[in-house]
Design a protein around this ligand. Structure first.
Ligand code: 13P
Ligand code: SF4
Length: 309
């Protein structure tokens, strides 16, 4: 009797049949990262999505990331394992709120974090990710006032990095990073005195002050792997442990729990599963569909971002 194919084997078969690429963010479950063609941060995955020449992009991340892939490569079919994989930052800022701000402050440049809806992107002058936010703000003429949205911690960190004073920052926050308490980081430092601290800029300022390195998810992984240190306190979602442990099994990585779930997992990212990935490749749904006019408008600030080195 021939054994039934495993779910992983089925996904590999479907991938060939569909001429699909599987893109996975570092916050995905390990079993999804194991099957992915590319694992990356939001900036790296945007570039990969833009350059893909096959038929289907299966985006294992959250919805705004899949929308970004569709905008950058609208000819491809973009599917997601779970359409309800959202993001608290997306929910913190609507296109109507941005339009209202622009009506009152037409002189401002609107710099939007990639963690926004495609409609907010369409209202923006330029986008950024956690990997390039300071460089993007620095690319705007000094005299031009800036609205940075929607992440308050990333925005305030960028303001400190760039020294930019004519910059307003939206009040949105990530439900994972913004609730990492500095006293728990202090406790971890006391428990593991040799450990260096690496943090994502969505963390609160008092956590970032304790960090030896601040950067995107890929930035954190590269820094920990390249460091001569052997032990780290990692202030981001625990999915990054997949690449960290795979590439440096001899090093130790400690994650500090946030106060919402007493873990460091993003509940949106963790909605995806192998079963849902197989189903989306099989049925080509849930599928990202965006009105052509919004695609055209959102593509301009995205391309501007990708042009900034
Ligand atoms: P990266 O830009 O580092 O991929 O982060 C995305 C994100 O959602 C962080 O919470
Ligand atoms: Fe959004 Fe935070 Fe989850 Fe990143 S970790 S996808 S910012 S809710």
């Amino acid at each position: 009797m021939v054994a039934a194919p495993s779910i992983a084997e089925e996904i590999q078969e479907l991938k060939k049949e569909r001429r699909a690429i599987i893109l996975a963010h570092h916050y995905q479950e390990s079993e999804i990262q194991e099957l992915a063609d590319v694992i990356g941060d939001s900036l790296e995955l945007s570039r990969k999505a833009r350059d893909y020449e096959g038929d289907v992009i299966a985006f294992c991340g959250v919805w705004f990331m899949a929308e970004t892939a569709k905008v950058l490569n609208p000819e491809r079919i973009v599917v997601v394992p779970d359409k309800d994989a959202g993001c608290s930052l997306v929910d913190a800022c609507s296109a109507e709120q941005v339009r209202a701000f622009k009506r009152l402050h037409p002189d401002y440049a609107v710099v939007s974090y990639i963690n926004t809806s495609v409609e907010v992107k369409a209202e923006s002058d330029i986008l950024c990710t956690s990997a390039n936010a300071a460089a993007i703000v620095n690319s705007i003429p000094k005299e031009k006032p800036v609205l940075f949205l929607p992440d308050i911690n990333l925005g305030n960190w960028v303001r400190r990095q760039t020294g930019r004073e004519n910059m307003r920052v939206w009040q949105g926050a990530c439900i994972v990073h913004a609730t990492f308490p500095s006293r728990r980081v202090a406790a971890a430092k006391a428990e593991f005195p040799a450990a260096l601290v690496a943090a994502h800029p969505e963390c609160p300022a008092d956590v970032l002050r304790m960090a030896d390195f601040i950067g995107s998810t890929s930035g954190i992984i590269k820094w920990c792997l390249n460091s001569t240190a052997e032990e780290f306190i990692v202030m981001t979602e625990s999915g990054v442990s997949h690449s960290l442990l795979k590439n440096a099994p001899h090093k130790k990585f400690h994650f500090v729990a946030n106060e919402n779930c007493n873990c460091s997992e993003c509940p949106y990212m963790k909605r995806n599963s192998l079963e849902k990935l197989a189903a989306c490749l099989r049925t080509l749904s849930p599928r990202v569909e965006i009105a052509p006019e919004i695609v055209e408008r959102a593509r301009i600030p995205l391309e501007r971002m990708l042009a900034v080195k």
